[in-house]
Design a protein around this ligand. Structure first.
Ligand SMILES: [Zn+2]
Length: 601
């Protein structure tokens, strides 16, 4: 009897919940009307990266099924001009050639192998990875190459590491799931410039007068691809730490390029050529947060700093929390935008199981889309498209004058289909991964399914510092400044996440961190401001040439960009011009779309 009464009570409660329709309805709001469609992925053609000046680094692509796209995205990020070609005649017109991923007698013609062998003798710099026969071992200065999966780290020698710090010269190659494949060299005429943890040689350099070779014992493209796709477990930290692995590799590549190409010009990674980028973000995923956010925003506005607010459009009452995206939520969101803050999406349901959500139909609309979080691990009726489309629709209804461009999932739950779904749903910028998982503090372009073949238009901005793992936050202001100092050495970006669920130590941390960062010549802005600048920069190509009376630099911009900076070789002096100025080796520019032309003597 008691049992029957209890059962009846449960049924009545269930009926009550259903009838109450625990969703907030905005009168007259229904959308988005237009459907989202993921195009079937087409592998990115190497020829997309086929154009560039003679001063560009050349990737001589010997296998299109390799991880060359990761390598290309890495070089884009660090600002080294490059071209990709599968023709050795084309590649060898450049002074720095990276033969990727394999040099072998089976893959390459006798003519190609001979031309590669002659290249360093004639003054070129040749970088190889997997060098399997073809008679080129001696050109690279080693006898044998042995594969192994036992190496845990690779350490650059101090001379080779150049400006990298001792800690930055150590690159982890192994994690709980094992080590990445690597090759060790028995050195003959070359010099070891990097070693594995067991002392065996990881990188060999050989000099030929002005020319040089490097044989690198691990696949840099594969390494970058794994890291960018969030598929590695080599990283030494998850978040709240400086994790330099990918950035060290990119800085090393830039150093090799600059030291071998007399006309090397590279793009800066920070707007206005400042020392580092500083992006403050707040996730609003709790009833109090949307109210508290106003005080955070008022403080930021008073500091002259625009921040990004990732707002969960919570119109469904569920296991997680009460509804807070209602009339009041909309008016508070609008106030954030009025204060100059970026309004971005933090999903609808903020589900822990988002990574396992189906893609959905691309036709999900408010108010029909009702994802329901039943418990920690159980969410009903959610889809990736529903979360992306409906949250964006509602935020753009709340702030009609703004475009919602950025997205961050709850709990950083990261579905494999997220990059292409974001693109299809109209987003541009993602902040979905920690810097420890991506092993980088620089933005990068995302691929379809977080794989290695097809790129999307989405850029990822990893999170370096968050607010939950170590409290009180005030205890780690010095540590945060220390991270920022490391990033200043190469123009890294520091994306900070603070939930405005409370003030306490979090607000105090923000006050102290901003006050100190302001004395450090860093660039402050929202994710969308940085993202728009970054994507315009991504569309800039350049070509430097020697002229009779100096040098010329032609920059091609797909769209206008303000506050671009380029680093030019020592001794170059900019001739007076309107939209550029030089300080040391850095030239600061505003570019209009199309070609711009600078002269140096
Ligand atoms: Zn959240």
């Amino acid at each position: 009897m008691l049992l029957a009464a209890a059962a009846l009570a449960i049924v009545l409660l269930a009926v009550f919940i259903v009838l109450r329709k625990p969703i907030y309805r905005f009168a007259g709001w229904a959308g988005p009307q237009e459907a989202s469609t993921v195009l079937s992925p087409v592998a990115t053609a190497p020829s997309l990266y086929g154009q560039g000046g003679a001063n560009a680094l050349a990737i001589y692509l010997t296998d299109a099924h390799s991880d060359w796209l990761g390598l290309a995205h890495g070089l884009k990020t660090i600002g080294v001009p490059f071209i990709v070609t599968d023709r050795y005649e084309e590649a060898l017109k450049h002074r720095v050639v990276l033969a990727y991923p394999t040099i072998s007698g089976r893959l390459l013609s006798r003519e190609a192998l001979q031309a590669l062998a002659a290249f360093p003798r004639n003054g070129g710099t040749l970088i190889g990875f997997e060098i399997l026969g073809g008679g080129l071992n001696e050109v690279f200065g080693f006898g044998d190459m042995t594969a192994s999966r036992a190496h845990k780290t690779l350490t650059l020698t101090p001379a080779f590491a150049g400006r990298l710090l001792e800690e930055e010269a150590v690159i982890p190659l192994a994690g709980p799931s094992g080590a990445m494949p690597a090759e060790q060299f028995s050195v003959t005429t070359g010099n070891p410039v990097a070693r594995y943890d067991d002392g065996s040689v990881a990188i060999v350099q050989r000099d030929f007068g002005r020319g040089r070779t490097y044989a690198i014992g691990f696949d840099i493209g594969a390494y970058l691809t794994k890291a960018y796709n969030g598929r590695q477990d080599y990283g030494r930290s998850y978040i709240n730490a400086y994790e330099s692995s990918v950035d060290s590799i990119l800085r090393l590549m830039r150093q090799l390029y600059r030291s071998s190409e007399p006309l090397a010009v590279t793009l800066s990674t920070v707007p206005q050529g400042k020392s580092a980028s500083f992006i403050i973000t707040h996730d609003i995923d709790y009833t109090r947060s949307i109210v508290n956010a106003i005080r955070y925003a008022e403080f930021e506005k008073q500091q002259g700093v625009a921040a990004t607010y990732f707002v969960q459009t919570k119109y469904v009452r569920d296991w997680n929390d009460d509804i807070f995206f209602n009339e009041q939520g909309v008016s508070l969101t609008h106030r954030l935008a009025d204060m100059g803050m970026e309004v971005a999406s933090h999903s609808v349901s903020h589900s822990r199981s988002f990574a396992a959500f189906p893609l959905g139909t691309g036709k999900e609309m408010y108010p029909d889309y009702v994802p329901f979080v039943k418990s920690q691990n159980d969410t009903r009726d959610g889809s990736i498209f529903g979360e992306l489309r409906v949250s964006r629709f509602l935020l753009e209804k709340a702030v009609p004058e703004a475009k919602v461009q950025s997205f961050r999932p709850g709990h950083l739950a990261y579905p494999f289909a997220l990059p292409q779904a974001m693109q299809a749903a109209g987003y541009r910028f993602s902040s979905s991964i920690s810097s420890g998982t991506a092993m980088t503090h620089l933005p990068f372009q995302l691929n379809v399914n977080r794989e290695n073949q097809a790129e999307t238009t989405i850029f990822e901005f990893p999170i370096t510092i968050e607010d939950e793992l170590q409290r009180p936050m005030t205890g780690r202001v010095d540590a945060a400044i220390d991270i920022l100092r490391h990033l200043q050495a190469y123009g890294g970006s520091c994306t900070v996440l603070i939930h405005p669920d409370v003030f306490d130590d979090k607000f105090a941390f923000l006050q102290q961190f901003i006050a100190r960062a302001k004395t450090m010549n860093v660039w402050f802005g929202t994710l969308a401001q940085y993202g728009n600048w970054w994507s315009a920069r991504n569309g800039v190509t350049l070509d430097a040439r020697r002229e009779l009376d100096g040098y010329s630099l032609v920059l091609n911009a797909q769209q206008a960009i303000q506050g671009l900076a380029v680093e030019v070789p020592n001794g170059w002096k900019l001739q007076a011009t309107e939209n550029a100025m030089q300080k040391g080796n850095i030239v600061y520019l505003d570019l209009k779309a199309g070609s711009s032309y600078l002269r140096f003597h």
